[in-house]
Design a protein around this ligand. Sequence first.
Ligand code: PAF
Length: 287
Amino acid sequence: MKVITTKSELRSSLQSSRTDRKRIGFVPTMGYLHEGHISLVKQAKLECDIVVMSIFVNPLQFGPNEDLNRYPRDFERDCELAKKAGVDYLFHPDVSEMYPSQSLTYVRVGQITEKLCGASRPGHFDGVATVVTKLFQIVQPDRAYFGLKDAQQVAVIEQMVLDLDIPVTIVPCEIVRESDGLALSSRNVFLTPEQHQQALILSKSLQMAKDKLASHLFESTDQVSQFVIQQIQTQSLAEIDYVDTLQYPSLESPNSLTDDLLIAVAVRFGSTRLIDNVLVRHNNKEC
Ligand code: PAF
């Protein structure tokens, strides 16, 4: 595995692969890798000849009062994990390499960024869309892999790629969970044992809602969200940011319980904000 810190070196390293018509898979991350990231690499290795991973904690997607400075980082450990997983190139630029001058250009995806995390974290998806566009320009991958834990992020990036004619196939990958059901996240490291225990309500309540939907026990999508809210409120340390049930991937208000639905939650446990979701596909694809 080659570690690369500059855009120019990465571009020239990938040139020969491109000339040889090798298929380039890309896994963008902010590091502090866990099994969720590794599952993206595994998928990329199945489908591509070369796998590029980026590790860059992107300041542009953090609000002024968010956790940019305390976002967990451990580059040495990340290197070992990435190498073991079979990453070929690890791109690890610093902030001045990615943003050498003050940016006057941003990428903003409309509408689907106004709900869920977009509503709670103003500007967050502008930061994501901008850095992902830049990374796509630098790496020029054939396929790019994103976890569905950030289902809204996947929808935003798919829309962006469509709107801007970026020639990359977005591959959404299933959420990876701990054996107790907690969705893997770099931020889980901040949970105390008690918070971790209480946070299990997220996956449990989402799964229960999905099962009840399948058994036709809800009359409206509002009832679905209300059910999840009631379950989460049984945990004393949980502070709900949002719980919502929306059409996926448009994130519009559902017309019926038979739409493809995303049930999404964001909940704080102490200073740690966790997100989780389930997708309920009625057009035969299950996630
Ligand atoms: O999902 C993430 O880790 C980040 O939002 C991403 C896609 C790497 C952009 O910074």
